[in-house]
Design a protein around this ligand. Structure first.
Ligand SMILES: Cc1ncc(CO)c(N)n1
Length: 222
């Protein structure tokens, strides 16, 4: 059996679907999402992205080759130079200042997800870490594409969340998603069934934590 990234999704189809097709996502697509839910999500996602930049720094530390090191650097750079910059502008549009962002307490769902990824990377190897990062890297690109195929989705100025969908359907994000899938496909092709079993557990847990992150937004929980 030669494993691929797709097999991780197939190993936990319910969790993956509950993440991609979550009510937060469908409401964002059909413009019915409450503004305060989106604002709460945006604030926590700022904190999330900072911890994810640290996870890519950990990936750099865990990299045995120059190619892996460069890949980790690209991931960290994409977050620090592109995504966080866009995110701060985005928060400003939604009435959240940089000052407010700098002083936010972390919600439990943010703590749980980000520290789970960092811990998985710390105790495991580079492949464990990338598998823990993959629901994030791949999921949001898939969500943007899924929303675009859905007839209920409203695009353009009549949807206040249109820019969010646009960010994740951008060539830049889609290319990062495909690069991550390629990297994982290469590594997964060489793992044993028992190793794949371990990796599936990490993938499922990270996907469940993505579901909790959406729930945190919808329920405004801290
Ligand atoms: C919670 C979460 N998952 C994935 C992404 C995609 O980068 C994000 N910004 N936030």
């Amino acid at each position: 059996m030669v494993y691929q990234f797709e097999d991780l999704k197939k190993a936990c189809p319910e969790e993956w679907r509950d993440y991609i097709e979550h009510s937060f996502v469908t409401q964002l697509g059909d413009a019915t999402l409450a503004a305060n839910a989106f604002q709460h999500y945006l604030k926590q996602d700022y904190l999330f992205l900072i911890q994810f930049a640290r996870a890519f720094a950990l990936a750099a530390y865990k990299s045995p080759t120059l190619a892996d090191l460069r890949q980790a650097k690209d991931g960290m750079q994409a977050i620090l130079d592109t995504e966080l910059g866009l995110h701060i502008d985005f928060c400003k549009d939604w009435g959240i200042s940089e000052d407010e962002l700098a002083n936010l307490p972390e919600a439990r769902a943010t703590l749980a997800y980000t520290r789970y990824v960092l811990d998985t990377g710390n105790r495991g190897d580079l492949l464990d870490l990338h598998v823990a990062l993959s629901p994030c890297m791949v999921g949001y690109g898939e969500i943007a594409n899924w929303l675009n195929h859905r007839s209920e989705t409203i695009r353009g100025e009549s949807n206040p969340y249109d820019a969010w969908i646009a960010m994740y359907e951008s060539d830049e994000f889609q290319e990062a998603m495909h690069a991550e899938i390629r990297w994982l496909d290469d590594r997964l092709a060489e793992v044993s069934p028992s190793r794949f079993e371990q990796l599936t557990r990490i993938f499922r847990d990270a996907t469940r934590l993505e579901i909790d992150f959406w729930e945190m937004g919808l329920t405004l929980s801290d």
